[in-house]
Design a protein around this ligand. Structure first.
Ligand SMILES: Nc1ncnc2c1ncn2[C@@H]1O[C@H](COP(=O)(O)OP(=O)(O)O)[C@@H](O)[C@H]1O
Ligand SMILES: [Mg+2]
Length: 228
């Protein structure tokens, strides 16, 4: 059970460097970050500052050189891949700059896909998917394919897909990066709605507009985070 006084996500002294011919290049040099249940936190920083590196560590797509990453008080950095995959499927939702929808699947099928490995029964999954499609304003177009939807609509479908397994934490990497102003505002409004309903969101972005929608902000600079 998540206790609202304790952080849902807590990083301490997290470091990550990449090997280069000339030696290891440090990208993150000591990240401390804490996100409470129900918070919407934005991490900003210029291109190349390590935002995607940071999010990939939290999503268990990568392992830190050192430091601790805790979800609900449990250490998750360096989990074996099978446990990491299970945790990713059940507890984490992810949205990227590009929607990565499967082009051969309808909006509804794309939203339903993550329920299969999570073992959610078909009827429950269908109910949830339709309710999410209603929520993102695409119920009448749930049988359309990504090519028949706008970029902004596809990104909203990607948000529904990220939320279908009722994750504890929604991770978003430049979620508005490929959208025009109108679609950006529609997506931020959608995220704000899920946040009001209690969803915890950690978003990394170089967009001031996107970051301004969050409740609390950190800036990533020279490998460390500062609250702003
Ligand atoms: N797999 C990798 N191997 C080597 N260097 C990488 C790798 N991924 C990212 N980098 C480097 O790490 C730095 C941070 O990248 P990234 O996390 O993608 O930044 P951001 O998302 O803020 O633009 C950049 O200098 C980038 O070139
Ligand atoms: Mg990035």
């Amino acid at each position: 059970m998540t206790d609202s006084n304790n952080p849902l996500l807590e990083l301490s002294a997290v470091s990550r460097s990449y090997p280069e011919p000339a030696g290891r290049i440090p990208v993150l040099t000591g990240i401390d970050l804490s996100v409470k249940p129900g918070e919407w936190v934005a991490v900003t920083g210029p291109s190349g500052s390590g935002k995607t590196t940071l999010l990939n560590l939290i999503a268990l797509l990568d392992t830190p050189d050192s430091g601790s990453i805790k979800l609900d008080g449990r250490e998750i950095a360096g989990l074996p891949e099978d446990q990491a995959a299970e945790l990713r499927a059940r507890r984490l939702g992810m949205v990227f700059q590009l929607h990565h929808l499967l082009p051969q699947c309808s909006a509804l099928e794309n939203v339903l896909l993550p329920t299969i490995p999570a073992g959610i029964d078909g009827e429950t999954a269908m109910e949830r998917a339709k309710s999410l499609l209603r929520r993102i304003g695409l119920e009448s177009r749930m049988n359309h394919f990504p090519a028949q939807l706008s970029g902004g609509e596809c990104q909203r479908v990607a948000v529904a897909r990220a939320l279908i397994n009722s994750p504890s934490l929604l991770l978003a990497d430049e979620p508005t990066g490929a959208l025009d102003l109108h679609a950006t505002d529609a997506l931020l409004e959608l995220l704000a709605g899920f946040h009001r309903d209690g969803m915890t969101i950690l978003m990394v972005t170089h967009s001031e507009r996107a970051a301004a929608a969050a409740q609390r902000r950190y800036v990533l600079r020279n490998g460390t985070l500062a609250q702003s």
